[in-house]
Design a binder for this molecule. Structure first.
Ligand SMILES: [Ca+2]
Ligand SMILES: [Ca+2]
Length: 510
């Protein structure tokens, strides 16, 4: 089941200086622009030449509830363009806010692009789609996407705290609440009862009087990042599947494929194992198991990724690439055509030899927040060295497979030019980034130069004194890194005193 050899990949940094970049999305309008959202509530536009527009696409940080506390899960969390965005200019956002009665909620709303500037949203066009009250600060879900059926899918968290404590058997197993669910709605219609959306007629629980008709799947803890598979470029196999990473409680992180009406097990199960013994042994629990789960020795907070279907790295086709927020590990899954089991392969970034080309880097910031796909299908991830919504230490990296590139000219695309009114800010790798790379190449045992301490070395994360959820990074305990196995099977020796392995390549020194 496990392959010992790791998959060597390289990276190019495409953006930096971002405050907890939670997503990057394209509008599917042939402009090949990328829209990058920060947790504080700002969306930036990046042009195909790598430059960023000085004026944001949208700035709603005044309405969004976000704090500088490390690990705070509230904020601007999701965005998706309408499948017909090119024609109707509509897009959807998902964020935390506090209402007039001081209740914390998540809100999903629709906005439109400005009539006068293609690179700006019209902030006055906001139309409320759905609001859900949040009983605790953590587990707010945040993914919004459109399936190939044209419907909107929303991924809510179980509400928060630990062990899904709300109600008789938690929120996730309770189909009469919207928390702990995958919801499916039609934003192009209205309900007879006045809701600003329609319920698709084939939603699985429309005739179940004990269930809300929006529910598409349940038993979800806190799915953090889901994506739609574009399918094999030739056979289209796999097209339309929705993959999600569901963050675990104390023991397991999992990857799921979402099916209509599916029960994803939480809080009866965590990964493949029982969490609530009583619910787990209930004979009516007809749950769908993950395609893959891993224990907390590997990572403590899964970040769901994408199935690679791009053009530039043909060997990656059919690999589902995801990561772990806490450990910084990157992992690929591949389905065995015969057995339909998913095989894991660890990804190594940072082979100095394989990545020794101009523009390629072999280190990255450790906290992996999100993954993204550009209009052409190439894959990226967003990570930061300091996970506070106010700290501008987030970067975006593109995956590059050094083993096999597409033939020259094969992956060329012609972006439709866009009229730009705002100033363009060209991409500049931070000078310290180069130094960071140099340091990282030396391996985790070399203390970084003083000038890098802010960007590379984890500050005491408890200085703010707030612990939002159980998995907040800590300073390493003495000996914590002693004799631990790295992703490549190499023994990682003890980190120098006070220095964590952040920014260090996971497999640079096998
Ligand atoms: Ca919550
Ligand atoms: Ca599950």
């Amino acid at each position: 089941m496990y392959t010992k050899v790791c998959l060597q990949l390289c990276l190019t940094e495409v953006a930096n200086g971002l405050r907890n970049p939670v997503l990057m999305a394209h509008a599917n309008d042939n402009t090949h622009r990328m829209f990058v959202a920060e947790q504080v509530g700002i969306i930036w536009v990046y042009l195909p030449d790598g430059s960023r527009l000085e004026e944001p696409f949208l700035d709603i940080k005044k309405i969004v509830l976000a704090t500088p506390w490390v690990g705070d899960e509230r904020g601007f969390l999701g965005m998706a363009f309408h499948p017909q965005y090119k024609h109707n200019g509509k897009f959807y956002i998902y964020y935390s806010y506090v209402d007039k009665k001081k209740l914390e909620k998540i809100r999903i709303s629709e906005l439109k692009v400005s009539a006068s500037d293609i690179n700006k949203a019209d902030p006055h066009s906001e139309r409320n789609i759905l609001e859900i009250e949040e009983p605790a600060a953590n587990h707010n879900g945040g993914q919004v996407l459109f399936g190939l059926d044209g419907y909107m899918y929303l991924f809510t968290g179980d509400g928060g705290k630990a062990g899904d404590p709300f109600g008789k058997f938690g929120n996730a197993q309770n189909k009469s609440v919207l928390l702990g669910k995958v919801l499916r709605i039609d934003v192009d219609g209205k309900s007879p009862d006045g809701k600003p959306y329609r319920i698709p007629l084939d939603n699985p629980f429309v005739s179940d009087t004990k269930a809300l008709p929006e529910v598409y799947a349940y038993g979800v803890r806190n799915m953090w990042r889901c994506s739609v598979d574009r399918g094999d470029p030739v056979t289209h196999k796999g097209r339309g599947r929705i993959f999600c990473g569901d963050v675990g409680q104390n023991r397991f992180e999992e990857i799921d494929i979402i099916v209509k009406g599916g029960n994803y097990g939480w809080r009866a199960k965590e990964g493949f194992e029982c969490y609530d013994i009583k619910l787990c042994h209930n004979s009516s629990l007809d749950d769908i198991l993950p395609i893959f789960a891993y224990g907390h020795s590997v990572g403590k907070s899964v970040t769901g990724g994408y199935m690679y279907r791009g053009c530039e790295s043909p060997n990656l086709n059919g690999l589902y690439i995801f990561g772990d927020f806490m450990s910084g590990r990157l992992i690929a899954l591949q389905e065995d055509e015969r057995t339909h089991k998913w095989k894991k392969q660890d990804i190594c970034i940072g082979s100095t030899k394989a990545c020794a080309f101009p523009g390629l880097i072999s280190s990255y910031s450790k906290f992996i927040i999100s993954f993204a796909e550009d209009e052409a299908g190439e894959l990226y991830f967003m990570a930061t060295s300091y996970p506070s919504a106010y700290a501008p230490h987030g970067s975006i990296y593109k995956f590059v497979d050094p083993a096999r590139r597409a033939p020259p000219g094969k992956c060329k695309h012609k972006p439709v030019p866009v009229k730009v009114k705002s100033k363009r800010i060209p991409f500049a790798p931070l000078t310290s980034k180069f130094a960071q790379r140099e340091w990282a190449l030396l391996g985790p045992l070399t203390p970084p130069p003083r000038s890098l301490v802010n960007s590379v070395v984890q500050k005491p994360l408890f200085q703010l004194g707030v612990k939002i959820w159980q998995g907040i990074p800590r300073r390493p305990r003495p000996g914590q890194f002693k004799r631990r196995r790295s992703a490549c099977g190499a023994t990682v020796r003890r980190a120098p005193k006070g220095v964590t392995r952040k920014g260090a390549p996971l497999c640079a020194r096998p």
